[in-house]
Design a protein around this ligand. Structure first.
Ligand code: HEM
Ligand SMILES: [Ca+2]
Ligand SMILES: [Ca+2]
Length: 304
């Protein structure tokens, strides 16, 4: 029941208002891009795309954002949504008419385009969710150690195919990871191999020097060592060279079932972009709330 131009009557300018805020924020810090994109993913995979991830803990309720899997969500993603919501609400006819979930979907479309990725028409009409608990996050988000079966089954549970999963994984073409998320691949990997043998040897040495043992846990490194600030298909070229940062990235090339797709998109950017738009549109439809299952939050970080 989502559709384009959903707010044409009540708030016809909403997409421009959001884009202006996102562009301003992008000019202040590039982190806006990966932070917003990852926030959208973590929102949609837990209770659907309903801005449940944005709600702050309060009183006795520990919200989704305080689950261990969400603690590394960068603050600039939340800030982007809060700022865009304020700009939308500043227009009288738009006040309290546009959901936080839709603002996050629009902002995500905008950060992808701003960083060189494809631009696409975004479907709107989501309501904001009425609950957010840390417990509800358990088992809903993929782990960097996942193999292809684990990735496929988690994405399938959200109506996404292996092809969608591979396209969405390319979000790792921008942004950062803390050293602890892949330390198992560069130190004490196994009895036979101290370093994950699917890692490019030079890249593994670089990772070891950027992330020495006992590194400050706050240190984060680029996930795409080649074009960290451009949303492009270099992600797939990196996988072909053994430069996938997580097991869950590299497995897309090492598993024969997903390798053909990686190879196709590494040399065909338009085909990748088309698949990414399809997958993002499907991701944006996951678990959408309507009617009495949701509302439009006045403050994206708190229930009304
Ligand atoms: C396929 C399974 C996936 C796994 C296992 C995974 C795991 C991770 C991990 C461990 C990080 C590093 C977090 C940190 O240390 O700060 C990360 C970062 C990131 N992920 Fe994923 N992710 C997956 C899929 C996705 C998808 C589908 C998207 C979006 C469509 C996405 C977008 C991002 C972005 C943009 C970052 C960088 C965040 C930043 O720089 O602040 N990931 N991911
Ligand atoms: Ca959610
Ligand atoms: Ca890139």
């Amino acid at each position: 029941q989502l559709r384009q131009n959903y707010y044409a009557n009540v708030c016809p300018n909403v997409e421009n208002i959001v884009r202006n805020v996102v562009t301003q924020k992008f000019q202040q810090t590039f982190v806006t891009v990966p932070a917003t994109l990852r926030l959208f993913f973590h929102d949609c995979f837990v209770q659907g795309c309903d801005a449940s991830v944005i709600v702050a803990s309060s009183g006795s309720n520990t919200a989704e954002k305080d689950h261990p899997d969400n603690l590394s969500l960068a603050g600039d993603g939340f800030d982007t949504v809060i700022k865009a919501k304020a700009a939308v609400d500043a227009i009288p006819s738009c006040t309290n008419k546009v959901s936080c979930a839709d603002i996050l979907a629009m902002a995500t479309r905008d950060v992808v385009a701003l960083s060189g990725g494809p631009s696409y028409a975004v479907e709107l009409g989501r309501l904001d969710g009425l609950s957010s608990t840390a417990a509800s996050v358990n088992g809903k988000l993929p782990q960097p150690t996942f193999n292809l079966n684990q990735l496929n089954s988690l994405f399938a549970a959200n109506g996404l195919t292996q092809t969608d999963m591979i396209a969405l994984s390319a979000a790792h073409t921008v942004g950062f990871s803390h050293c602890g998320k892949f330390a198992n691949r560069i130190y004490n990997f196994s009895n036979q191999n101290p370093v994950d043998p699917t890692l490019n040897q030079n890249y593994a040495s670089q990772l070891q020097s950027m992330c020495p043992r006992n590194v400050d846990p706050r240190i984060a490194i680029n996930m795409d060592p080649t074009t960290p600030r451009t949303f492009d298909n270099v992600y797939f070229q990196n996988l072909q060279q053994g430069k996938g940062l997580f097991t869950s990235d590299q497995v897309l090339f090492t598993d024969r079932r997903s390798k053909p797709t990686v190879n196709a998109w590494s040399s065909n950017s338009p085909a990748f972009q088309k698949a990414f738009i399809t997958a993002m549109t499907k991701l944006g439809r996951v678990g959408v709330k309507t009617g009495s299952n949701g509302n439009i939050r006045r403050d994206c970080s708190a229930f009304n």
